[in-house]
Design a protein around this ligand. Structure first.
Ligand SMILES: Cc1ncc(COP(=O)(O)O)c(C=O)c1O
Length: 500
């Protein structure tokens, strides 16, 4: 292998707690185990690689020796050092150097799996978690309901039911929308889903085919981008401003693109945390109406409002003949991990969306639906909501303070009024992939803009999610992220000196 190529891809972090020789060893081991360095390939001489990577000769020598002890490489005298190929049962790579295949920013449409892998690495603090801590959720009442239903109405638990969901849960969701979002709906337009993600999936599938285009906010939710990628559909990004999408750009793209839908998250947008102003919500609705283009409004975080006035959803501003789809998840507030949510579809489009729900999973488990219906109207559920809302305001303050005090010059970040995500823009010189690894070496997992932007869009930002409510751990992790950014900004500026 040419020295330059190996030195170029070798990601060393001199500030990390992991010794440099171990970083080199684990990096080369992963390359061999995953087949990017193949059997018989010659490795660069120790001295040459040390020079190219700007480390001590002993660092490379020790890494080679340990790789040789593992049987992954072997010296052949004057001919040099060669890859042996992985042993029958390759030793697991050390946690400090996770496999790039599992952790590199997404290119194949499963960011969620990669994100969990990163979060599960030993000692990693996941600043990727955008749902509340289980410790804040009192599930006693919900568990009790499950027990009661299994005893009293086993037919609910063990039957197949209609795809659009149980009437009592739909009615409870409708009451919830009135109580919390001033949104009045007809339960006939509602489909209960297995989480907000399924709501997105069945709505998009009812509107979009391979080769079609969807207009999205830039940056946007990775679950949407991955879905489009997997369907062979395209995403065009509209820049996010402080008060929502750039409306002129949106108008222009709608006119010129023949897009099949506009996807927006007006309240505490994922990943930026931005709230779209009332004026812009009206403007988006107007554009949808004028051009007959469906609007998909994803509203998952509304109840997590820490400050600012309530702003009505696009759905509640719309008329029944407007093509507005409204998607809600219960995973961001009341019941993370239970996979419950719903879609409100335009009346004329209910059948298509319901058909996609049917072919997706027939229906959502009735036991869950029935128990949740009873729980949603309870005082416990309301108490949970206010506990979560109260808990996360100081958490957000901790994050903002950490960023304000420690980010390198030239960075900016959003200050959300609610939700569990914010967006940091790094100085342009910092490569997002380098940054992802630098954070990982400091034991922090993040999602970079590479995961969250349509192709070719500017991706020099990263999402910081603060679902983890331990403020100490979170504050430390934020400082580590800022140090990683500061190190990289120094390094890149010394690599590319500005000539004045
Ligand atoms: C904006 C947004 N929509 C939808 C989802 C998916 O929701 P659920 O977990 O209920 O599938 C998420 C989850 O992160 C999200 O952030």
């Amino acid at each position: 292998m040419e020295i330059q190529r190996l030195a170029g891809i070798l990601q060393l972090d001199k500030a990390a707690d992991v010794a440099l020789y171990a970083q080199v060893r684990d990096f080369i081991a992963t390359e061999i185990i995953e087949g990017r360095l193949s059997e018989g390939e010659r490795l660069p001489p120790v001295r040459a690689l040390a020079e190219a990577a700007n480390v001590n000769v002993m660092t490379i020598a020790r890494a080679y020796r340990e790789l040789s002890d593992r049987g992954l490489i072997a010296g052949r005298g004057a001919l040099g050092t060669f890859v042996q190929g992985p042993a029958e049962e390759p030793p697991a790579p050390a946690p400090a150097a996770p496999s790039p295949r599992d952790t590199l920013p997404n290119e194949d449409g499963d960011t969620f799996r990669r994100m969990l892998k990163v979060g599960d690495l030993p000692d990693i603090v996941p600043l990727t978690r955008a749902y509340p801590d289980a410790s804040l959720i009192d599930t006693g009442a919900f568990e009790q309901k499950i027990g009661q239903i299994l005893k009293a109405k086993p037919e609910y638990a063990y039957s197949y039911i209609a795809p659009d969901g149980l009437p009592n849960l739909k009615a409870a969701f409708a009451r919830f929308l009135e109580r919390h979002r001033q949104l009045h709906c007809d339960v006939d337009d509602m489909i209960v889903t297995s989480g907000g993600q399924q709501g997105i999936s069945i709505t998009i599938q009812s509107l979009v085919s391979r080769g079609d285009t969807v207009i999205v906010e830039n940056p946007t939710y990775f679950g949407l981008l991955d879905l489009l990628r997997n369907m062979g559909a395209n995403a065009i990004g509209i820049d996010m401003q402080q008060d929502g999408m750039a409306i002129e750009q949106l108008s222009e793209v709608v006119r010129s693109s023949n897009a099949k839908a506009i996807f927006t998250m007006p309240t505490y947008q994922n990943p930026t945390g931005i709230t779209t102003s009332l004026e812009k919500r009206r403007a988006i609705l107007g554009i949808g109406r004028r051009h007959g283009i469906p609007i998909i409004e994803d509203d998952c975080f509304s109840e997590l409002r820490f400050e600012g006035d309530f702003i009505p959803s696009i759905k509640s501003l719309s008329e029944p003949e407007d093509l507005v789809y409204y998607i809600v998840s219960m995973g961001k507030t009341l019941i993370p991990g239970m996979r419950l949510g719903f879609v409100l579809a335009p009346p004329a489009r209910m059948e298509q969306v319901t058909a996609w729900k049917s072919v997706s999973d027939l229906h959502t488990a009735p036991l869950l639906q029935d128990a949740f219906a009873a729980y949603l109207d309870s005082a416990e559920a309301e108490a949970n909501l206010s506990r979560i809302r109260k808990a996360y305001k100081p958490v957000l303050d901790t994050v903002i303070q950490g960023l304000a005090e420690n980010l390198p010059a030239g960075s900016t970040f959003t200050r959300p009024h609610g939700g569990l995500n914010l967006w940091v823009k790094l100085p342009a010189a910092i490569d997002p992939v380098d940054f992802f690894y630098a954070c990982l070496r400091r034991n922090v997992g993040i999602l970079t803009g590479v995961h969250l932007t349509p192709e070719k869009a500017d991706n020099t930002g990263f999402r910081l999610s603060y679902g983890l409510s331990d403020r100490d751990a979170l504050g430390k992790a934020v400082r580590q992220v800022c140090r990683a950014a500061a190190d990289l900004s120094k390094r890149s500026s010394s690599r590319f000196p500005v000539i004045v």
